[in-house]
Design a protein around this ligand. Structure first.
Ligand SMILES: *[C@@H]1O[C@H](CO)[C@@H](O)[C@H](O)[C@H]1NC(C)=O
Ligand SMILES: *[C@@H]1O[C@H](CO)[C@@H](O)[C@H](O)[C@H]1NC(C)=O
Ligand SMILES: *[C@@H]1O[C@H](CO)[C@@H](O)[C@H](O)[C@H]1NC(C)=O
Length: 380
């Protein structure tokens, strides 16, 4: 677990030797040559240092981007503070589910999602897309839900294994909070996710409309569906991915949690996530151990387990197959694996609700999935 620390120490020593080899004059000597020598050495040191020293953890998000995010998050949390009397009950808008698509490629499964959303549910959902601006995905389905105005304008480039994925999810949450007060659940999905049930089935499940009167909806205490666990052989490595003792005092090891990236949060928890600055200060730091670095799988479960443990179901609605995972990637399903049996299998869960979404699916699964959409996927 600490195997890499010895090599870091060696590196530090190398660097010290290099500094000593500069042989800065110890006896009084003309000032100008000494200064010149330092100036000449500086560029060399500058280029050498990154190769010798492990780079100190630094934020992968630029200061202007960070400021822009902070402003957005402040607006969202401030809006939430305003008197909320009319927020649900007295208006005639029903509570909605906000679908937040996080993508760095085309939304391959948009035809399937269009089918899922079913125009007759128009007043029960909202759609937001955070698309990597360097990719600029095109979704052109006339009259569809993925219109250009659903692509959030604050989207930034994301990079695997960095806090940019946390920032992207928070931008989506803030945009959805500000956009529609009727948004009560916030579901994060990627371009590789597919629905495993109909929209109505999902809606009834998260709002528990089968077991409660609709009139009581606003009184209910909804739960966030987010995976939260600490029993894992890799958790120590994950905790120390930014260096040892970096996370304290904000995140002691016994409060650090893991979970899956894809969640469905209540409005309460979404606001809580946007209000956080304390934990973000730590989780935004760049990792020095890339193989242990998945900040988006740690930040949300750790924060919510600290701030709202009773409001979290402790499991996610998104099924992922980690069997034989390679390089931190879960199993990807290809067309020859797609069958009704697979959908039924992926729905099956050990928790109180079945899985509602599955990942990851390769883009060419679209055709077989569309073929069984009505008969299998949207038949609950
Ligand atoms: C949409 O929902 C309506 C009412 O539930 C249903 O009759 C219709 O078949 C659905 N359409 C699609 C495309 O699923
Ligand atoms: C999970 O992936 C493995 C291969 O990585 C495969 O053998 C297995 O059938 C998959 N499980 C499900 C439930 O799809
Ligand atoms: C449910 O729990 C059993 C026993 O721990 C486990 O083998 C199985 O993989 C779990 N199923 C899912 C879908 O996680």
């Amino acid at each position: 677990m600490t195997s890499s620390s010895s090599s870091h120490n060696n590196n530090n020593n190398n660097n010290n030797n290099n500094n000593n080899n500069n042989n800065l004059p110890t006896t009084p000597s003309p000032l100008i040559p000494a200064t010149l020598l330092i100036l000449l050495c500086l560029p060399g040191l500058y280029y050498l240092t990154p190769h010798i020293l492990p780079p100190p953890p630094s934020p992968p998000i630029s200061f202007p981007d960070e400021l822009q995010d902070l402003t957005l998050f402040r607006r969202a949390t401030a809006a939430e503070h305003k008197p909320t009397k009319s927020r649900l009950g007295s208006t005639n808008s029903k509570p909605k589910i906000a679908f937040m698509f996080l993508t760095n490629s085309d939304l391959h499964f948009s035809p399937l999602w269009e089918h899922f959303f079913n125009r007759s549910n128009r007043d029960l959902y909202t759609v937001y897309v955070h698309a990597d601006p360097t990719v600029n995905p095109k979704v052109k389905i006339p009259g569809g839900v993925f219109t250009q105005d659903r692509f959030i304008t604050t989207a930034k480039k994301t990079r695997r294994g960095t806090a940019t994925l946390i920032a992207a999810a928070r931008r989506l949450l803030a945009t959805a909070i500000l956009d529609d007060p009727a948004n009560q659940f916030f579901t994060l999905v990627s371009q590789q996710c597919i629905p495993l049930h109909s929209f109505n089935y999902l809606y009834d499940t998260v709002f528990e409309t089968n077991s409660h009167q609709v009139a009581e909806l606003s009184q209910l205490r909804y739960r966030s569906f987010i995976e939260v666990f600490s029993e894992n052989p890799y958790i120590w490595d994950r905790y120390n991915a930014r260096g040892e003792n970096v996370m304290v005092p904000e995140v002691p090891f016994d409060r650090f949690r893991m979970g899956s990236q894809f969640f469905t949060l209540t409005r309460k928890d979404a606001v809580l996530v946007l209000r956080d600055r304390r934990l973000w200060r730590k989780f935004r730091l760049d990792c020095i151990k890339p193989n242990s670095c998945y900040p988006e799988e740690h930040y949300f479960p750790t924060l919510l387990s600290m701030e709202d443990p009773d409001g979290c179901a402790g499991f996610t609605l998104t099924r992922v197959n980690w069997t034989d995972s390679v390089d931190g990637h879960p199993h990807t399903y290809y067309p020859n694996e797609v069958s009704a049996e697979l959908i039924y299998e992926l729905r099956r869960s050990n928790y109180s609700t079945p899985y509602m979404f599955g990942r990851k699916f390769s883009p060419d699964c679209l055709e077989p999935l569309m073929e069984m959409a009505d008969e299998v996927i949207f038949r609950d």
